[in-house]
Design a protein around this ligand. Structure first.
Ligand SMILES: Nc1ncnc2c1ncn2[C@@H]1O[C@H](COP(=O)(O)OP(=O)(O)OP(=O)(O)O)[C@@H](O)[C@H]1O
Length: 320
């Protein structure tokens, strides 16, 4: 069942003060997401951006980075949080999950119907947007039309935060460099006073420095969480020592029970080939790579998340 937003006066016990304290933020977390407490450095990041400070947040995959901008979006009475995200599939997924929780979130992408896009633009132009979170690609931010729109929103005091997910994509030193991320370097000067939150799970020190400098973050709070994941078991098998790599992989997947898995390959053709092989051997799986159209990729992601398929055989296009 969908929940209505927790009225902020309930979260902060009737206080007129716009800036919420820890207790009120925990209330929002429990009400909207059902988690009892903040994890790791989430609260530090949330408090920093709510106080108007830039923040660079390095957290492992699955560490809960999204909460660092989703809670601030809920902690403000008006205005939006803009989330820059590199993958349409990721945006779709997050927006769907937020909507299920009754949180007003949308994304703008080329894949959407014109009618849907128009509705979002109308809301943004209204001067009193009902949206709390708007997900966009870096390419869209770079378009002059959309930038003009954002500047209007900012002038009206309605841009609360810019969150940049997978921020390492801005660095040419990183493995996922996306030229369009470079254009995000203008955000700081276009939106003075709006905090920028850079989030990543994969930044070595050189990349961290590059991300902070490229985004022109000002005295950012730098948060780094431990990457030790005691729930993950690592095992290395040498391909050269195996008689049949595909057969070995089949055995590993079958003996792991009902777990979901991602098998990363270097090439698209290998994804298709291995996926076909695993399917033939009774493992429910699908290939995912940049050679497939958006619709197909989105349906593979949905099927994997909803456990309709167990294994995705992918290139790095899966989960940038
Ligand atoms: N405080 C919390 N307590 C318990 N679970 C949490 C908390 N915060 C987030 N989670 C859960 O952790 C999971 C991962 O969160 P999230 O997707 O935000 O991670 P992430 O750091 O963005 O990962 P990725 O690097 O893959 O994008 C989600 O299922 C989320 O609901």
């Amino acid at each position: 069942m969908k929940k209505s937003p927790l009225p902020l006066q309930n979260a902060c016990g009737g206080s007129k003060n716009q800036s919420l304290g820890k207790e009120a933020l925990v209330k929002l977390l429990r009400w909207h997401f059902g988690h009892p407490e903040f994890r790791g450095k989430q609260l530090d990041a949330i408090e920093a951006v709510l106080s108007g400070r830039d923040c660079f947040c390095l957290m492992p995959t699955g560490g809960g980075k999204s909460m660092c901008y989703q809670i601030p979006a809920l902690a403000k009475k008006t205005g939006i949080v803009l989330v820059v995200c590199p993958l349409i599939a990721l945006m779709e997924n997050q927006v769907m999950a937020l909507k299920e929780k009754g949180i007003a979130a949308e994304y703008l992408s080329s894949t959407q119907a014109t009618q849907t896009k128009n509705k979002i633009h109308e809301d943004l132009d209204s001067g009193k947007p009902s949206l709390r979170l708007l997900y966009v690609t870096p390419e869209l931010i770079a378009t002059p039309g959309f930038m003009t729109k954002l500047r209007k929103i900012h002038t009206r005091g309605l841009l609360n935060l810019v969150a940049i997910d997978e921020a390492h994509c801005i660095s040419s030193w990183g493995h996922d460099f996306r030229p369009s991320y470079r254009k995000l370097s203008t955000l700081r000067s276009h939106f003075p006073g709006v905090p920028i939150l850079a989030l990543t799970a994969t930044a070595v020190p050189k990349v961290q420095k590059d991300v902070i400098e490229s985004l022109c973050l000002q005295h950012p709070l730098i948060l780094k969480s431990s990457f030790n994941r005691p729930n993950i078991h690592y095992e290395v098998r040498y391909k050269d020592l195996l008689d049949d790599v595909y057969a070995d992989l089949c055995d590993v997947l079958k003996s792991s029970g009902d777990v979901c898995a991602i098998v990363y390959c270097l090439e698209r053709t290998m994804c298709d080939d291995l996926s076909a092989h695993l399917s033939k051997n009774g493992i429910s799986c699908a290939a995912y790579h940049a050679g497939l159209n958006d619709k197909l990729r989105s349906s593979v992601l949905d099927n994997w998340i909803s456990s309709k398929i167990q294994v995705v055989v992918a290139t790095v296009a899966f989960g940038v």
